[in-house]
Ligand binder design. Structure first.
Ligand code: CA
Length: 184
């Protein structure tokens, strides 16, 4: 009977080590975590759902661009804007300071190209001025986004000269101050 010329044990260790090294290079890892109350806290760098997503379903708030939301769904406002919110709802972001005079066309286009926003309609402008302290609220007329249709004496909305409740309309080629509005 032939004698075994090598001891097999080290050979299997070597194969095991090679497989252990190669396996993670080609394998996808899929981990499903099911948690029950109380659920753990977690911070994720990136999170993707391929189907439904449910957030803050039993209370709490959802923040986008903020870690301190105070209403059900809140987007952070850019610098220079005031967050307009009440009653667990964010209405939008109103520019805190007005722009210098420009035509209605320039005002509308500037708000869109700069912020992706628009001019506020009168109700948005009014509640922002009436509930928050913004600059130059009643020093002059500011363009509004409502009454956009021009013709037969109608014009683009304007408000703010001498009081919050003074609103009228003006032809869009006139020049007025304005501030931009970003809906939530
Ligand atoms: Ca003003």
């Amino acid at each position: 009977m032939r004698k075994l010329k090598f001891f097999p044990f080290p050979y299997f260790i070597f194969v095991y080590l090679v497989i252990s090294f190669i396996h993670p290079l080609f394998a996808d890892e899929s981990i499903t975590i099911t948690t029950y109350y109380p659920s753990p806290y977690g911070v994720y760098k990136e999170l993707t759902t391929t189907s439904n997503a449910y957030l803050a379903t039993t209370g709490g708030y959802v923040g986008i661009g903020t870690t301190v939301p105070t209403v059900q769904l809140e987007r952070a406002c850019p610098a220079g804007f005031t967050n307009i919110k009440a009653g667990n709802n964010q209405l939008g972001c109103m520019e805190t300071a007005e722009h210098g005079s420009a035509t209605w066309y320039v005002a509308v286009n500037t708000c869109f190209t700069t912020y992706g926003g628009r001019l506020p309609i009168y109700s948005e402008w009014y509640v922002a001025m009436n509930n928050y302290v913004l600059t130059d609220e009643t020093d002059d007329f500011e363009w509004l986004g409502n009454s956009d249709h021009f013709g037969s004496g109608l014009g683009c909305g304007e408000a703010g000269q001498g009081g919050l409740t003074l609103a009228t309309s003006e032809v869009p080629d006139a020049t007025r101050a304005y501030r931009c509005w970003i809906p939530r």
